[in-house]
Design a binder for this molecule. Structure first.
Ligand SMILES: [Zn+2]
Length: 454
């Protein structure tokens, strides 16, 4: 058997692996490259393999860097099934349509050609076949697949694949993205008993998350500091998982009286749709969240919570100077409604912007976190007078401690081969160094496009 990684190694994003068995060829994930100036061209480029020969695709989860090029795959002639969990399909539907509307905007603003259309995205969704966690299925004869809960975002999975070749069978495990500890809504990560080959992500392979257990307190202090000054709080939010986690914590803080009498707005058309998917899959929530729901609490709703419906309503919220909390997309300040808030919001000194996630290099988000007093939005200079806070513990990714314990728990059998991918080089190298101390497996940080025999 052979495995080749196209993106996802030495790259933060663009996850895609091609597995060739003696009879079949299949892909695990087919993601968009994100976070680099050349990404548009890489996403637009033809695949390095014959798309028509691919027998099936397995999708770990619905983040764009894992599912974003599925419409291109179908557009280029892929005719077979894409397998994932039901929640992954529902979220991927909104993510892919959102990706099309971003491309349409970029066409209008920068004349950048559209990579795929809404029709291509809907066709890709039409290829999806869903499977619940723990129900083993056989996409083709002699290949058996089981999705387990990765605890990363709703519907995210670790994929166990057993391939029967001639006399022997080989078990591969793709970790997908692994969730953080103490995740407030969804269940925690499943552990895996054993495998021959492990493909593990390393987004935070060399980093420890600090303050996971006090993130709600940190959020409360930031909000109360702004309210005390008579200001408002702006939270740049990612649409999947983190928006829901913040709402979940705000629901607690407002219900127990820690935050008083302040309107909260969710201003993101994508987050509004994803929230509907979360509400549909309560069966995937953890016991603590279910206990609250069963006691009659709507964990995503509380007094004075408003979902902004359209651009006109959004303008009203932007121009209203009274104290409030606004969560708006996108989380990295690249596109989305938040771009309309910043020129007004940043110049008012009583306000506070609370970042709840890592900000990519050379973005306005990173400049604000670093304390820059001037930024440029759409070419216009904006003076930063408000306060800036960052709470990094809301990450939906495992840190190196959890990634290591995930590997340590794979015992029956221990993997012979571990491929460390989906992280920038410093994260992958740091994780490899740590794994060498606890695992006897051959450790590889794969080179994109190179074939590895397993
Ligand atoms: Zn992810």
């Amino acid at each position: 058997m052979e495995i080749t990684f196209y993106g996802g190694s030495h790259e933060v994003t663009g996850s895609l692996a091609l597995v060739k068995t003696d009879k079949y060829k299949f892909l695990v994930d087919c993601g968009f490259f994100q976070g680099n100036e050349n990404d548009y061209y890489r996403n637009k480029k033809d695949f390095d393999f014959n798309v028509k020969n691919i027998d099936f695709v397995l999708l770990t989860h619905s983040h764009l860097d894992h599912c974003g090029r599925l419409p291109l795959l179908v557009k280029n002639g892929f005719k077979n099934k894409i397998h994932c969990t039901p929640a992954t399909k529902d979220i991927a539907y909104y993510i892919l349509l959102d990706s099309v509307s971003i491309m349409e905007n970029n066409w209008k603003r920068y004349n950048r050609p559209i990579i795929y259309t809404q029709d291509d995205a809907l066709k890709a969704i039409g290829h999806i076949k869903t499977h619940n966690y723990y129900k083993t299925f056989s996409p083709v004869k002699d290949v058996f697949v089981t999705f387990k809960d990765a605890g990363h975002i709703l519907g995210s999975s670790i994929i166990e694949i057993t391939v029967q070749e001639k006399e022997k069978s080989h078990k591969l495990v793709f970790s997908g993205d692994i969730g953080n500890t103490l995740t407030p809504i969804i269940k925690s990560t499943d552990f895996i008993n054993g495998c021959d080959t492990l493909i593990i992500e390393s987004t935070y392979g060399n980093r420890l998350h600090k303050g996971v257990d006090r993130r709600k307190k940190d959020l409360l202090s930031a909000i109360n500091a702004a309210i005390k000054k008579g200001g408002s709080v702006l939270i740049p939010a990612f649409s999947i998982e983190r928006t829901e986690e913040i709402l979940y914590d705000l629901n607690d803080l407002i219900n127990n009286g820690s935050i008083k009498n302040i309107p909260v707005y969710l201003d993101s058309p994508l987050a509004k749709n994803i929230l509907k998917v979360y509400k549909k899959y309560k069966n995937l929530f953890n016991d603590a969240a279910l206990k609250k729901i069963n006691s009659g609490d709507d964990i995503f709703d509380f007094p004075n919570f408003n979902i902004v419906d359209d651009a006109n309503e959004s303008l009203k919220v932007i121009n209203d100077k009274s104290p409030k909390i606004v969560m708006a997309g996108s989380g990295m300040l690249v596109g989305g409604r938040i771009v309309n808030y910043l020129p007004i919001f940043l110049t008012q000194k009583n306000n506070m912007v609370v970042f709840i996630s890592f900000q990519a290099k050379n973005t306005n988000g990173e400049k604000l976190v670093k304390g820059h007093k001037t930024i440029y939005i759409d070419g216009k200079k904006v003076r930063v007078k408000c306060d800036i806070a960052q709470i990094s513990a809301y990450s939906s990714h495992a840190d190196k401690r959890k990634l290591k314990s995930f590997v340590k728990n794979i015992k029956h059998p221990e993997p012979n081969n571990i491929f460390i991918n989906h992280g920038d080089v410093m994260q992958s190298l740091g994780f490899k160094h740590d794994l060498a101390k606890i695992s006897r497996a051959k450790l590889t940080i794969p080179k994109p496009g190179k074939n590895y025999l397993i």
